[in-house]
Write a protein of this length. Structure first.
Length: 95
């Protein structure tokens, strides 16, 4: 799973990191109540249980997730495709 951090990631703050996901059948399935399910949702739950910095998970349509990730500090897009056009706008974490 590839995650990217906003290029504007802020310094340590009291606010938790915002993990942004998007509906992607087979990776992130979004329930009617907004709960993030599927393999990606289960992995995020395991990461949260393992400890580390607190984070919340929010599901957004891809265009809005990209815009939010680029323009808001302390946001991380999870499971987004790495392309040459997106490369300079984020700090990439993953293979």
């Amino acid at each position: 799973m590839l995650a990217v951090l906003s290029a504007q990631a802020g310094t340590a703050t009291a606010a938790p990191l915002q993990m942004l996901v998007f509906p992607n059948p087979g990776l992130f399935d979004i329930a009617q109540d907004g709960q993030v399910l599927g393999p990606g949702g289960r992995l995020l739950t395991r990461i949260r249980q393992a400890g580390g910095p607190p984070f919340t998970v929010q599901s957004l349509p891809i265009p809005r997730a990209l815009a939010t990730g680029q323009n808001q500090p302390d946001h991380c897009l999870v499971g987004i495709l790495r392309t040459p056009e997106r490369e300079p706008h984020f700090t990439w974490v993953g293979p």
